[in-house]
Ligand binder design. Structure first.
Ligand SMILES: Cc1cc2nc3c(=O)[nH]c(=O)nc-3n(C[C@H](O)[C@H](O)[C@H](O)COP(=O)(O)O)c2cc1C
Length: 365
């Protein structure tokens, strides 16, 4: 199957309810403590954050999803309109297709053309890095005047994909070289199985400073690839079934990544579905939240503006109810961490940024 048909299949399957879960984000174990005397005025709330040299209107990124087909051109154009209007950052999907076929460049470039005053993020898979030259990488970044390059680590997806890559050796060195040579920063992201402390330590030591956790609990690429295999009559399904619930839930991944260093920019993503989820990941340790599938769904349904307005109103309500006037204050509000997330943090001895996090089995202070 060629890349274009695969991209289309990914979009169609990602929209189905079966593409989500079955793990949860564990954000249900984060309790923001209600403050009945907030001393905050809704009209004066400041949702802005700095990211990649821009001032965003809200701490939100439309995570990289697509490009490379005519339908993807339209989706990217509509996503970019939302990003530009609400001054939020936006990523494109893997640009491998345009390296193979440069006539597809326009399906990505439309994002920069429409979203000209917000950060735009290039995208490539880690498994492809070995077969690409530095000039290829420079070209994909330049083609959309990107402000950063996201490298996605997706070993679980590749293993479950019929035509997926199987060789993951020697990639840290390539990333280290890119950090040195590329003019824009590198963002390392997962795609829904989460980043661990060990991975981040390795990459932080070679100079990567921005990580998108893309944890489990939202779009599930193991499941999507298994659905594709089943449709194609391949027998990957039985092999892949035990890995459907594989990965680090988003809330745990945020704590894993944040525990490595405070000067890391952490993007909390994977199953972020409401403005309350955005508030929770930020209070837990993220700087910004990333959202993919719900934006895709919203542009296809034609209600992207309503979706983001609801999301922002929910974020505002959450901030009022915890007494936070801006995003910096949201990072330090008291939170209670319970259940499996508390267990995870204690077992892994993770150090949290938020010193007012009360953890059921131990204390950070
Ligand atoms: C249709 C679709 C295509 C995607 N393609 C890419 C991609 O090319 N590169 C990438 O880094 N992530 C890709 N992702 C993963 C998202 O960026 C995100 O990490 C993941 O979907 C988890 O977020 P969510 O639960 O909000 O969907 C894609 C997601 C969707 C829904």
């Amino acid at each position: 199957m060629n890349i274009e048909s695969r991209k289309q299949e990914h979009i169609d399957l990602a929209l189905s309810p079966q593409s989500q879960g079955p793990l949860t984000t564990l954000l249900e174990d984060v309790v923001l403590i209600h403050q009945a005397l907030p001393e905050v005025s809704v009209d004066k709330l400041d949702l802005s954050v700095e990211f990649l040299g821009y001032k965003l209107g809200a701490p939100i990124i439309i995570s990289g999803m697509t490009g490379g087909t005519e339908k993807a051109y339209e989706i990217n154009r509509k996503l970019a309109e939302v990003a530009e209007e609400f001054r939020i950052a936006i990523g494109v999907g893997s640009q491998r297709a345009m390296i193979n076929n440069p006539s597809l460049t326009r399906t990505y470039k439309v994002v920069r053309e429409v979203a000209h005053s917000v950060p735009v993020i290039s995208n490539i898979g880690f498994a492809q890095l070995k077969s690409l030259t530095f000039e290829h990488i420079e070209t994909i970044v330049a083609s959309i005047e990107a402000n950063a390059l996201a490298i996605h680590l997706n070993p679980a997806q590749e293993l479950m994909q019929i035509e997926g890559d199987r060789d993951f050796e020697g990639i840290v060195n390539i990333i280290a070289e890119l950090v040195q040579r590329l003019k824009v920063p590198i963002i390392v992201k997962e795609v829904g199985n989460g980043l661990s402390r060990e991975v981040v330590e390795k990459l932080y030591s070679v100079g990567v400073k921005i990580f998108d956790v893309a944890g489990a609990g939202g779009t599930n690429w193991v499941k999507i690839e298994l659905m594709r295999a089943e449709k194609a009559g391949k027998h990957l399904t039985l092999y892949g079934e035990p890995f459907v619930a594989w990965g680090i839930p988003t809330a745990a991944a945020v704590c894993e990544v944040r525990s490595v260093a405070n000067d890391i920019t952490v993007i909390g993503s994977g199953g972020i579905r409401t403005g309350l989820d955005v508030a929770k990941v930020i209070a837990l340790g993220a700087d910004i939240a990333g959202i993919a599938q719900p934006f895709l769904k919203a542009v296809i349904m034609g209600n992207a503006r309503e979706f983001i307005q609801t999301l922002l109103n929910q974020l505002r309500a959450s901030m009022v109810l915890v007494g936070a006037r801006n995003i910096e204050e949201l990072k330090t509000v008291p939170i209670l961490i319970k259940g499996n997330l508390a267990y995870w943090i204690c077992a892994r001895k993770l150090v949290l940024r938020n010193k007012r996090a009360y953890i059921h089995c131990c204390s950070t202070t």
